[in-house]
Design a protein. Structure first.
Length: 468
């Protein structure tokens, strides 16, 4: 045999042992230490204990994206270096963390559901739609007292000016709400009387007589006061102020109120609205001022909103000449339209969380736009069929107004400010040049405007950055 302890030929066991001891003594100390350290190895990992720990911490290890996160978890669990070595057989916490990271599959749990920040107030939206339509009872009550051919022009002109001015003033007041209700109230207190004066002056310049100018002044004062209450969120207060009109409209089918009540009830509603405005402004001025009022935005920022108001008023006027009930339907539908604007924003945020690519989000945005717009138009379709109005003209006009308001809600003001007045101008010119083609031209103009605004909506709001 041959081996470390075998006897070489011609030697003895003692000789061989002496030779090995001498060889060991002759080795350098550094090599001896190296051999010693190689023999002092830690015991292998206890697979059962490691597997048990992985099962216990699986719900917290699974979402980790790096073993260092697992190491931080183990440290938070209070595992000491001694326990890691003795129980789990790993030299340090990072080794054990890597082993757990490999054993537990990666999971990506859905984020916790948060309340929808754009959840609409359904009651408030419906109330606002009702408040937009209730003032029409004043015209119904006073209709026998004025000559439509002579007096209507002044009221229409004043209404168009008030609509355009109110859109611009409302935008500026909402901008000032950031600095507190006091700043918004100050803006409204200055702007509303100026708008009423301009609308009354326009009615007088249109050739309306004294009674018509007075009616236009009352209309302009009411629209300015109602705008203040709506911007400050006092819808219920405005509803209370319109109680005389509600009572008069309710009894009118069964009872002739007479001239005194026909004039007195709208006048009482106007006075009550003025009192409500006084109360709302007093409360707004009593509110604490913001620490930093911020820089006042330039007036030109509100210009496109006024231009859109002008274009929208003209489009509605052209539709109302052919179908008066269509105007009432559009007015009442502004409440549901506002509700759908909130839903669009909420659904867009949901689509942003579900989409994985910009193209995917654009596709989802198109679906959200189609869903909200279809829902709005389906509300108006029965009205068009019941009243005999041209469904195409009414629905295309509604689509134009809704997409324009949607763009404005995201701060995109110039496309509606250009497209809506252009469509109104084209339809109005056609109505003057060829009176018989007014309805068809209005339908065509509204269709082109709705298509352009929808394309602009997808181009601008189909980007994730607009909803982040």
């Amino acid at each position: 045999m041959s081996g470390p302890m075998s006897l070489e030929p011609g030697g003895t066991h003692q000789d061989t042992l002496a030779l090995r001891l001498a060889d060991t003594a002759a080795r350098p100390p550094r090599r001896l230490w190296a051999e010693t350290t190689l023999t002092l190895r830690l015991p292998g990992p206890d697979e059962e204990e490691v597997n048990r720990l992985a099962a216990e911490l699986a719900d917290r290890v699974g979402p980790a994206v790096h073993p260092y996160e697992v190491a931080a978890l183990l440290e938070a669990e209070g595992l000491s270096a001694e326990v890691i070595r003795e129980r789990y057989g790993h030299p340090n916490i990072f080794s054990l963390a890597a082993a757990l990271y490999e054993r537990v599959p990666r999971v990506f749990p859905e984020p916790a559901r948060t309340p929808d920040p754009w959840r609409p107030d359904t009651v408030r939206c419906l109330l606002r739609g009702l408040l937009f339509a209730l003032p029409g009872l004043a015209y119904l009550l006073t209709a026998p007292l004025w000559n439509p051919g002579r007096h209507a022009t002044g009221l229409v002109v004043a209404g168009i000016v008030s609509w355009a001015w109110g859109q611009a003033l409302g935008h500026r007041a909402y901008l000032r709400l950031v600095a507190g209700q006091r700043e918004a109230a100050r803006t409204l207190l200055i702007g509303a009387p100026v708008g009423a004066a301009l609308a009354t002056a326009a009615a007088a310049a249109s050739g309306a007589g004294g009674p018509a100018t007075g009616a236009a002044a009352a209309q302009s004062l009411y629209l300015g006061a109602a705008g203040i209450l709506l911007v400050l969120g006092r819808e219920r207060l405005l509803l209370l102020a319109l109680t005389p009109l509600i009572v008069g409209g309710a009894v009118l089918p069964w009872w002739e109120p007479g001239t005194l009540l026909r004039v007195g009830l709208p006048a009482a509603a106007l006075l009550a609205t003025g009192a409500a405005v006084t109360r709302a402004l007093r409360a707004a001025y009593a509110a604490p001022a913001a620490a930093d009022g911020g820089e006042r935005p330039p007036l030109r920022k509100s210009l496109p909103y006024g231009l859109f108001g002008l274009g929208a008023a003209l489009l509605v006027l052209l539709e109302g000449r052919a179908e008066p009930y269509a105007v009432i339907a559009l007015t009442v539908s502004m409440g549901p339209a506002e509700w759908l604007l909130y839903r669009f924003r909420g659904l867009s945020v949901t689509a942003l969380g579900a989409a994985t690519t910009p193209a995917g989000f654009l596709l989802r945005s198109a679906g959200v736009l189609g869903l909200c717009l279809t829902g709005y138009l389906l509300l108006l379709l029965p009205v068009a069929l019941l009243t005999g109005a041209d469904p195409a003209a009414l629905l295309l006009l509604a689509a134009t107004l809704w997409t324009a308001l949607l763009l404005q809600a995201f701060g995109v003001a110039w496309p509606p400010a250009v497209i809506c007045p252009a469509a109104a101008g084209a339809a109005g010119a056609a109505a003057l040049l060829a009176p018989g083609s007014g309805a068809s031209v209005l339908t065509l103009a509204a269709g082109l405007a709705a298509t352009a605004l929808a394309g602009c909506t997808l181009r601008v709001l189909g980007r994730p950055a607009r909803h982040a």
